[in-house]
Design a protein around this ligand. Sequence first.
Ligand code: NAG
Ligand code: NAG
Ligand code: NAG
Ligand code: NAG
Length: 712
Amino acid sequence: MLLLLLLRLVMSRCLHDETQKSVSLLRPPFSQMPTDFRYSTFLPLPGSHDPQPLRIQIYYAGDPRSDEVWDPEGTGIREGSRALAAVRETTQRIQGILAVPPVQGPLLLSRDPAQYCHAVWGDPETPNYHRCSLLNTAYKGERCLGAKMPDAHLRGYALWPEHGLPQLIQPDGPGVQNADYVLYVRVAQTSKCHQEPSIIAYAASCQLDSEDRPLAGTIVYCVQHLTSPSLSHNDIVMATLHELLHALGFSGQLFKKWRDCPSGLWVRENCSRRKQVTRRDKRGQQLLITPAVRHSLAKHLGVLKVSLGVPLEEEGSLSSHWEARLLQGSIMTATFHGARRTRLDPITLAAFKDSGWYQVNDSAAEELLWGQGSGIEFGLLTTCKSDSSDFFCTGNGLGCHYLHLDKGICSSDPMLEGCRIYKPLANGSECWKEENGLPVGAENPHGEIYHSQSRCFLANLTSQLLSEDQTSYPSQIPHLREKELTGHCYLHQCTQKGAYKVQVQGSPWVPCLPGMAIQIPGYHGLLYCPQGRLCQSNEDTSTPPVSHSTQDLLVQLSLGLTGPPGLLLRKKQREELSEIVLQALVNRGGTNRCYFHSPSVTASLVFFVHMWKPPGCQGPSVAMLHRALTLTLQEKPLEVYHGKARFTTEYSKLLATSDHNPSVTHLLLPMGFCLLLLILMGALGTVAFQKRATLRVRPSTPHHHEGHGARV
Ligand SMILES: *[C@@H]1O[C@H](CO)[C@@H](O)[C@H](O)[C@H]1NC(C)=O
Ligand SMILES: *[C@@H]1O[C@H](CO)[C@@H](O)[C@H](O)[C@H]1NC(C)=O
Ligand SMILES: *[C@@H]1O[C@H](CO)[C@@H](O)[C@H](O)[C@H]1NC(C)=O
Ligand SMILES: *[C@@H]1O[C@H](CO)[C@@H](O)[C@H](O)[C@H]1NC(C)=O
């Protein structure tokens, strides 16, 4: 139940259909004003009809007199500016995507005669037939989805006598300069926001030009989401882009107005209304059947035959979203799962091409991984429940979201109609967020790493033995219980397009062969390397190598020292000794000092040092250096002098220790484990090592002998 609630929080449904239905779409009237020459007599300049980037002018309708409003003195300012920042970024982005033959002169929007006029002349014989004969005294101006439109943006209106010239009530406003579209922005707690608390924003268009291209619309932000820390700026930008694409033409109400412009949209006289834009298939599902979207879907699915149409979500009589089963992750599906999981896909851009209103910049499309190359049967209700595609899952286990940025749980929702996919958990599932990682010092048996370059992998890696078996059968060699494969976070690094390597905590980088399961030195179990999901674009490959945080590749080296019997060292002396031992260790390793951090010597003469390789540190990997040091210290102990006292490391062994209580682990670890480790190391051709490995040197005095584990 909790999970269900949390899942709700990461997705947001779209209300566009409902809102668009509530708005009447105005088209420019046939001239009712004798003074209105702007449209009728304007001669376009030569070449001025060539498409230019779509100019969207933003108008913040934070009108304190409207009914459900923000408080200009209080919190509203911050939310308003957050919304405006997102709108500005989005409209700039749209400028690089859509182009139109520019509107000539200022853009002047229409008034709705049904609003300002109470009655019209009804006799066809009258010269002023159908013109306004009686004004509506309660007329308060025009609104677009609740946003008050300034008179300056609007045509004027007049009262007409039965015969003769009109009485001008309001002249034409100056209009909006440099605009092909006017977008009104509201921030409010409307009743829709209240009814559907997951709604971030909704939008509708309210005016069209003479060729039905949307000219004006409103986006309403539900105020509570603008203060929510769970939405990033990019999330709000993506939600805005989704809503604006509706308001620019991707809408069940506007599909039927799309135009067919065979000679290109700058030869407008050759455009006509499309005969058919949508149809229903045998199952009753609506399909968008215009040529560019069909071609684009066929290309996406990797089929030669052009598809029959692109399915739209079941949303009643009209539908304004792609079917989620087929186009999960597209900007125009009905639920929003956050900016990182959303793409402005080529099929959506193809729809704008098919609208006949826009010229579309194809290179602005983002790759949609969902279903790519999966064939014509992909995403159907009949195929999603069989194991035919790894984009879908069955059961309710834990795995990875298909983009591998998040761990996911196999689940469904109303849009998926019973098909199941790995959906991100609401909390802490992002592998790329360092703050989701385990606290420093916590046990990390699966070796997970949370990092901006970490991704989710299906794996059952474990560095631990099963403790129940050890306690109940202490004499036996412990064995591993088979672990189920689930999603875990590990570092990845692209090596070339489609190729990458992975790193588990404390392990070296291991090449991951897409489609294969690999073993990781130091761990039992397997890690599956996804195919066609990671390192798909060339930019991924050019990212610089990952720099590790301190926790990432931390190995702690401990060395037991033997000194003169009865010697007690003060703190200062121990600090000096730790420097001396470290210098000897660096000399022995033949490497740079930059690998070693915070050396110390305890009162009981154990030398500790952390090993990790910061960026810029030249030399072998920590894993290799650690192995080399381990071997050389086994062969020949270190010998150092502090003052006149001589200290040595006498013999050493490699042991896995737990973080909190090394001595207990020493006692518990039976010989078998070390053998197992050795065999594993041999098999993999590398030395397994743990986050903390102990090179413990025993004092030579015989009475100190304890029943500790095996020597290596
Ligand atoms: C088309 O899109 C690409 C990628 O976003 C962008 O770099 C380019 O400037 C756009 N072209 C135009 C004419 O806006
Ligand atoms: C417009 O359509 C007509 C009739 O189909 C055709 O003759 C003419 O060449 C077209 N114009 C352009 C510019 O394509
Ligand atoms: C997510 O987890 C963090 C820390 O584990 C917690 O502080 C936060 O309240 C959680 N958020 C939700 C929505 O459960
Ligand atoms: C990991 O999973 C594989 C495949 O399911 C299985 O063969 C193997 O025994 C598992 N290993 C561990 C350590 O659980």
